[in-house]
Design a protein around this ligand. Structure first.
Ligand code: PMP
Ligand code: GLU
Length: 395
């Protein structure tokens, strides 16, 4: 059949379940179905006006018409240097920065730059859906280390040590975490960072949710903890989540100049620079007024604090209260048992079909007993969704 045309690489790859779930919800809505979509991790606010205007004027006066240096406009790199001084508390140089078409592409060029066939990358799990497949595209081996609700979805150094082999090249660290919302403390990060330094393992710190923390919880960048850890770490960040700029597609990486140069080299043969107008918008996002970031953060916090207790009352749903990002990740093992399901993807599909609530199956996150709800949507939708989940369980 037609599939014979396709490469083993793509045949062995999973589709992004987050994007697939969102697309399914959109298609059903377009057919006129009454669907509440809690699928995508995407802020529902318009991009702040000052950021929009920065891009608009770059377009109007012709600055956005042309390619930039692949690794990004010098002014954008300077903005990232200044951002690091302010939010990370340390000094970096422009040659330690490369920007890309979304943090997702920064991650991809990182794995492509450091992974040789057969190299292993340890990923604490539950984890975001794209790490494993990107590592596989680079012919590496993702090694999943399971964290559970019992230890607040966080792995220990002992667990990491038992997963370590001679082939371990990278540790993926995503705190605050998608999908669990958990945040590692400075103490935990120091132990993990020292372990990585001791064994010469690169740390990939995906800090994209660092500004989205709630109820007094704090984000500590692992790269800020010591000089030795910093040398070993590539930080991935971006504007999608904190500035409500998912559609603009801009992420960046900060770290060792040689790795950064390798990542730019890959971008130079694939995407070239990220969209020029977007880069001007990102300069304004990172250096302009930050009050809109705080307004959006407070809105997410209010949604979390409203919806968490309600979700906890849904029969069979066990929820750990998240500390950051914008996801709830209930364990639905009991709920599945009550409804006669053993497969969480089938359970998620049944919820969509019977009560029109679109969630993401935990399966893609390495969590076969969980579902993910994004609360990056308005409170009315969230409240109605929980009512429908209750209805589903009580039917
Ligand atoms: N890392 C994590 C953990 C994410 O949830 C996302 C969500 N898209 C990304 C990276 C990529 O973000 P983007 O490509 O929109 O910058
Ligand atoms: N990161 C968001 C999510 O997990 C957006 C979709 C994606 O890139 O996976 O929903």
């Amino acid at each position: 059949g037609g599939t014979m045309i396709l490469s083993n690489r793509v045949l062995n790859m999973e589709e992004s379940v987050t994007l697939a779930a969102a697309a399914r919800a959109k298609a059903l809505k377009a057919q006129g179905r009454d669907i509440l979509s809690l699928t995508l991790g995407e802020p529902d606010f318009p991009t702040p006006k000052n950021i929009q205007n920065a891009a608009a004027s770059a377009i109007k006066d012709g600055r956005a018409s042309f390619y930039t240096v692949t690794s990004g406009l010098p002014e954008l790199k300077e903005a990232i240097v200044a951002y690091f001084a302010k939010y990370y508390g340390y000094t970096i140089k422009p040659n330690q920065v490369t920007v890309a078409t979304g943090a997702k592409f920064s991650l991809y060029t990182f794995f492509m730059s450091v992974i040789n066939p057969g190299d292993e990358a340890i990923i604490p799990t539950p984890c975001w859906v794209s790490y494993g497949d990107q590592i596989k595209m680079a012919e590496g081996i993702p090694v999943f280390v399971q964290a559970t609700e019992a230890n607040h979805f966080k792995v220990t150094v002992e667990q990491l040590e038992s997963a370590r082999t001679e082939k371990t090249k990278v540790l993926v660290l995503n705190s605050p975490s998608n999908p669990t919302g958990m945040i590692y403390t400075a103490k935990e990060l120091l132990a993990i960072g020292n372990w990585a330094v001791e064994h010469d393992i690169l740390i990939l710190a995906d800090d994209i949710y660092g500004r989205l923390v709630y109820n007094g919880n704090e984000f500590t960048p692992i790269s800020s903890l010591s000089e030795a850890i910093r040398k070993q770490t590539i930080v991935i960040n971006g504007v999608s989540k904190s500035y409500s700029m998912t559609g603009w597609r801009l992420g960046y990486a900060v770290g060792d100049p040689d790795i950064i140069a390798a990542m730019s080299k890959i971008a130079g043969q694939t995407t070239s620079n990220p969209t020029t107008a977007t880069q001007y918008a990102a300069i304004e996002a990172l250096t302009g007024p930050q009050d809109t970031v705080e307004i959006m953060r407070q809105a997410f916090e209010e949604r979390l604090n409203t919806i968490y207790p309600l979700l906890s009352e849904v029969p069979g749903f066990d929820v750990v209260k998240p500390q950051g990002a914008f996801y709830l990740f209930p364990n639905v093992k009991k709920a599945m048992g009550m409804k006669g399901y053993t497969d969480v993807t089938e359970f998620t599909t049944a919820i969509l079909e019977e009560v029109g609530v679109a969630l993401v199956t935990g399966a893609g996150f390495g969590a076969p007993e969980n579902v993910r709800l994004s609360y990056a949507t308005d409170l009315d939708t969230l409240k109605e969704a929980v009512i429908r989940l209750k209805e589903f369980m009580e039917k």
